[in-house]
Design a protein around this ligand. Structure first.
Ligand code: ZN
Length: 263
C-alpha cells in the first residue's frame, strides 16, 4: 500500500483485534518517510462495507467517539478560537464552510453566541443549522473551511484534496484531528476505534501544507484545532502576537510551517 500523503510504500506496523462490527483483525501500516499510518483493512473495505460500518457505528454510539463533556467543551473552544481570530484579522469574515460538520454544533455556537455564520455540509448527517447543498460546494469559494474529526476517517487523497479545494486563494483551513509526532506501535492506543482509519503525524501534516500551498499555522490546545495560512509568517505572526499579548498568555502557538505542538 502506498502512503496517501507522500506516495512512499508503507510497511506493516501492527494488528489489532476488533470483536465488533465484523471487523476482526485489523492491520495497520506505517509510512517510513512521513510516519502517516493507515489501516489497510479499512482502506480495502468496499464502499458499501465502509458505509455500513460507519452507519452501524454511528447509530450505536451516536458519534460518541469521545466523552460528550469533552466534545462539547471542544466545540465551544473552537467557536471561541475562530471568533477571536476573526476579531484579530487572522481569519477573514465571509463565506465559511464546516465540511463533515455532523449536526452542526460549531455552527450553532457561532450563530448563537458569536454572531458568525458557518455554513454546514455533511455526507452522512443532516445538519440542524446553515446547511448547504452539495451543488453549492464550489472550488476556492470559502474564506474559511473547517473540519473537525474528519481527517482520521478519510481513506483517500482525493477526499483530502477535495476538502482543501474549497478554501479560497486567501482563505484559511482549520483542522481538528489528533496529530502526534509518532503514531505509537500499540494496539491499545486510545485513538484506534472501529471507524478511525488514518493517523496523521507532524511530518505528514507539514507535507500536506506544502502540497496545498500553506506557509504557516497556529494551534490552540483547548480547541485542539490548527488553522493554516497561505500568507507568509512575516504577515501572520505579528497579528498572532498581538492577540497573545492582549490576552496575556500564549493562546495561539505559532510556527512557520506546521505547528508541531504534540511531540
Ligand atoms: Zn508518507
Amino acid at each position: 500500500m502506498k502512503c496517501l500523503i507522500c506516495d512512499t510504500h508503507m510497511h506493516y506496523y501492527f494488528s489489532k483485534q476488533f470483536d465488533e462490527y465484523e471487523l476482526g483483525k485489523v492491520d495497520y501500516c506505517k509510512c517510513p518517510h512521513c510516519g502517516f499510518c493507515a489501516s489497510q483493512s479499512h482502506f480495502e473495505l468496499s464502499p458499501n462495507d465502509w458505509n455500513q460500518l460507519n452507519q452501524a457505528y454511528h447509530s450505536k454510539s451516536h458519534y460518541a467517539e469521545d466523552n460528550p463533556h469533552n466534545r462539547n467543551q471542544r466545540y465551544f473552544n473552537q467557536s471561541l478560537m475562530l471568533s477571536l481570530m476573526t476579531k484579530q484579522g487572522l481569519i477573514n469574515r465571509g463565506d465559511w464552510l464546516d465540511w463533515g460538520c455532523g449536526v452542526g454544533a460549531v455552527s450553532q455556537l457561532l450563530n448563537d453566541y458569536f454572531d458568525l455564520k458557518l455554513s454546514t455540509y455533511d455526507k452522512y448527517f443532516t445538519p440542524h443549522i446553515n446547511a448547504i447543498d452539495e451543488t453549492a460546494l464550489l472550488p476556492r469559494q470559502f474564506d474559511l473551511v473547517v473540519n473537525t474529526a474528519v481527517f482520521e476517517h478519510v481513506r483517500d487523497r482525493d477526499t483530502l484534496d477535495e476538502i482543501e479545494s474549497y478554501v479560497s486563494d486567501k482563505g484559511c483551513f482549520a483542522i481538528h484531528t489528533l496529530v502526534p509526532e509518532n503514531v505509537p506501535q500499540d494496539p491499545n492506543w486510545m485513538y484506534l476505534i472501529p471507524v478511525h482509519c488514518a493517523f496523521h503525524t507532524n511530518k505528514s501534516m507539514a507535507l500536506l501544507m506544502k502540497d496545498w500551498g500553506y506557509q504557516c499555522s497556529v494551534y490552540n490546545q483547548h480547541s485542539k484545532m490548527w488553522v493554516l495560512f497561505r500568507e507568509p509568517a512575516a504577515e501572520v505572526q505579528p497579528r498572532v502576537e498581538q492577540l497573545n499579548h492582549a490576552l496575556g498568555w500564549q493562546y495561539l502557538h505559532f510556527k512557520n510551517g506546521f505547528m508541531d505542538y504534540w511531540q
